[in-house]
Design a binder for this molecule. Sequence first.
Ligand SMILES: [Zn+2]
Length: 104
Amino acid sequence: MRQRGKLEYGGHAAPQRTCVGCRGRTAKSELLRLVLVEDHVTPDLRGRLPGRGASLHPSMSCLELAERRRAFPRAFRVPGPLDVSRVRAHLEEEKYEMSCRTPS
Ligand SMILES: [Zn+2]
């Protein structure tokens, strides 16, 4: 018997989201939540910004895929085009944080 939809993690079903770039389903905690602030796609780092969210793997290749597929206007249900420079800047910063972790 195959279970559909949810993977089990130690007895708990982890919430999953679909990455708007590669369309892969991944645990919500591993994805970056994005919200729309005016025309800027903005990383919601604290998970507190209101509004419709989109999920993305924190990776440049998924960001580029999402852009190429025009996934953001579709995810946010706006005509677009949208500015993703904040997401790109965040992903670029993230690389430094990975190599040199500093408490915020
Ligand atoms: Zn992805």
